[in-house]
Design a protein around this ligand. Structure first.
Ligand code: 9J3
Ligand code: ZN
Length: 297
């Protein structure tokens, strides 16, 4: 945080008012079926409408992280559920693409946080950083989030995921390859010069766009997906009528399947399995969907 920076003192005090008092993990989250066996479920039973909604059931607050207060990445914004009565939450860090800022992926922050995740949208050290660097920065941001951030007490450091757009999506694959403990990865119209990812052991949903001319699916998203191990929980969603920049604005299909993937693999929430398996059929928004079903087997 930015305690030593004058302008941020008020924000820091506000955060201190909101942050304390997260209950012990032993506390049963209310409104969930922990008795049925999963202590990580958060929020009500999902429906098509809830997974497609612009906001989920949790009220969300945000706190800005100055680049001057961190190292290894460029700062960002943490979006988090305000509830302190549902235990800790899984977390996801999201990186933007080449020449872009956190603003380009900001819509995902409150959208996913309101469903019960701590979400950290980041800036990179420079906007020209390549995918390998973006991968390292995603991991540095996760470490900051779980170890030093003002919301660290709200985060379950054992349940983490990564996402990113374009070169940030390429970085998402790099991060997963470097840190097998990650529970989920979702590259969005990913771009990388490395076309093969057999080393990844993290469940990965690759989202491509049929009209992408910057990271064409034939030379990026598709070979990335196909090169992931066949034994892995993996999926390939190709958006219909979409471009390289579709992930830069609110998109119901990206949100529904990213959320379902994070819920299924960060929270081990099998209530979301039905949105992933059997494989979604082609539609007005889905050009194609490939995957290994059922998951977790
Ligand atoms: O992050 C991206 O949008 C990657 C696509 C790109 O501009 O690559 C050209 C070097
Ligand atoms: Zn490779």
């Amino acid at each position: 945080m930015t305690r030593h920076i004058g302008a941020a003192v008020a924000a820091a005090c506000l955060t201190l008012l909101l942050a304390p008092g997260v209950q012990a993990a032993e506390t049963a989250p209310s409104g969930t079926s922990e008795a049925a066996g999963n202590p990580y479920e958060r929020g009500p039973a999902p429906t098509d409408a809830s997974t497609e909604a612009v906001r989920g059931s949790y009220a969300v607050a945000e706190t800005s992280v100055s680049s001057l207060a961190v190292s290894g990445f460029g700062g960002g914004t943490i979006y988090y559920p305000t509830s302190t009565s549902d235990g800790t939450f899984g977390a996801v860090v999201i990186a933007p693409g080449f020449t872009a800022y956190q603003s380009s992926i900001a819509w995902l922050g409150p959208r996913l946080a309101s469903q019960g995740f701590v979400v950290f949208t980041i800036d990179t050290l420079t906007t020209l950083d390549q995918p390998d660097s973006r991968g390292r920065q995603l991991l540095a941001a996760l470490d900051y989030l779980t170890q030093r951030s003002s919301v660290r007490g709200r985060v379950d450091a054992t349940r983490l995921g990564v996402m990113g757009h374009s070169m940030g999506g390429g970085g998402t694959l790099e991060a997963a390859r470097s840190r097998p403990s990650l529970k989920a990865a979702v590259p969005l119209t990913p771009w990388n010069t490395d076309k093969t990812w057999p080393e990844v052991t993290t469940p990965t949903l690759v989202i491509g766009a049929d009209g992408d001319t910057i990271a064409p699916v034939a030379t990026h998203a598709e070979p990335f997906y196909e090169s992931l191990p066949g034994s892995l929980d993996k999926a390939y969603l190709e958006l219909n009528g979409a471009t390289h920049f579709t992930p830069n604005s609110s998109d119901t299909t990206i949100a529904k399947y990213s959320l379902s993937w994070l819920k299924r693999f960060v929270d081990d929430d099998t209530r979301y399995e039905r949105f992933l398996c059997p494989l979604p059929r082609p539609s007005l928004t889905i050009e194609e969907y490939r995957g290994t079903c059922p998951h977790g087997s």
